[in-house]
Design a protein around this ligand. Sequence first.
Ligand SMILES: Nc1nc2c(ncn2[C@@H]2O[C@H](COP(=O)(O)OP(=O)(O)OP(=O)(O)O)[C@@H](O)[C@H]2O)c(=O)[nH]1
Length: 435
Amino acid sequence: MFDRYEAGETAVLVHIDFADEERREDLLELQLLVESAGARSVGVITGSRRSPDRKFFIGTGKAEELAAMVAATEANVVIFNHALSPAQERNLEMVCQCRVLDRTTLILDIFAQRARTHEGKLQVELAQLRHMSTRLIRGWTHLERQKGGIGMRGPGETQLETDRRLLRGRIKNINRRLEKVDKQREQSRRARKRSDLATVSLVGYTNAGKSTLFNALTSSEVYAADQLFATLDPTLRKLALPDGAVILADTVGFIRHLPHDLVAAFKATLQETRQAEILLHVVDCADENMTENFDQVQSVLEEIDADEITQLVVCNKIDLLEDFAPRIDYNEDGKPERVWVSAQKRIGFDLLLKAITELIGEVICELTLKIPASAGHYLGQFYRLDAIQQKDYDDLGNCILSVRLSDADWRRLAKQSQGELEAFIFEPSEVDVTC
Ligand SMILES: Nc1nc2c(ncn2[C@@H]2O[C@H](COP(=O)(O)OP(=O)(O)OP(=O)(O)O)[C@@H](O)[C@H]2O)c(=O)[nH]1
């Protein structure tokens, strides 16, 4: 990280307080993000507004104040804690005479630095290219083009100079390669399902301690660092439980207002989350923004249709709380709801494994359905989930289907069918089955 500081990327940060909760960001988090990107903050401009100014996002007076601070500090980049329109970026660059980046570009840059696998790199490149394509029209020529620096790193950095036609070609090419990787991933997921091991996916706000927990539980060496988004690619390991085993998946850290392009680009990674039987939602219980971060993660989970999956909240970093012993909190149905641990100090792991074991028994559902020929389209849905254990037909042409799938998948399908699938549940002994 130090060589990045030596590279001398100095930034003036701009943070505006909005009354509107939807637009509100956290200044401390921006500072962490900037640090994670390897830059050094040399000044901060703050203010409050009802809504963004069309031309500069901040008002004209603030824009002048910003330009003066850039000149005084000799900063080489301005970073906004908000999403800017291409026109606002261009106008601000004219006034400040330096590069101006928005929050999306900053997050994409961090992702570009951290991506480790082929798939992760492709996903980041795709998101960067999409973001860039909205900004290609602007007059870059008035600014000195330096190689490197925030927003210019990563696989897509040379693409700014290419025309839209080339950019579109590149996007198409990446999409094709990603589709291929996606298929391979799907195959390995199916193989995993066949092995009958449930998948437990770690989710959580960035820096909550997922990778540390993943490493400690599986004794592997996934990159864990006190930087945001140290994890970008899902990593899978077998985790032994007191009676059995599960697949543990480490996934990307979430953040509020995760750029939409990024959610789209990371679809495959998040898909891993969607298909898990249990989510371990890791929270940093020593962080004062704990509740807010928790809600942000929940809303991303909703967005990717993963909010129906059974969750166990892992309250991590209890070593930072005073006099705190590990424990399991149960809900009124007697199911484990929260476990208090320290991933770094390896405290409370026995309780965590106990809680996962207790939940695993509840999350797989096995059913037999009698599906009439007229509702044959449901079969494809079970095939796609690789949930079919046995398939027979009775004399009337009804399909007698034994399925094994996660409780969350079943609930999702049942909801989509508006109750029809539930009406097909039956006891096999009721009919005379002929193969
Ligand atoms: N004190 C303390 N620090 C912890 C604990 N667990 C993790 N950390 C620290 O928290 C920081 C973030 O941990 P990571 O495991 O990289 O977090 P992550 O959730 O994987 O982060 P992303 O990759 O950004 O999503 C690191 O500096 C860890 O050493 C803990 O139990 N106690």
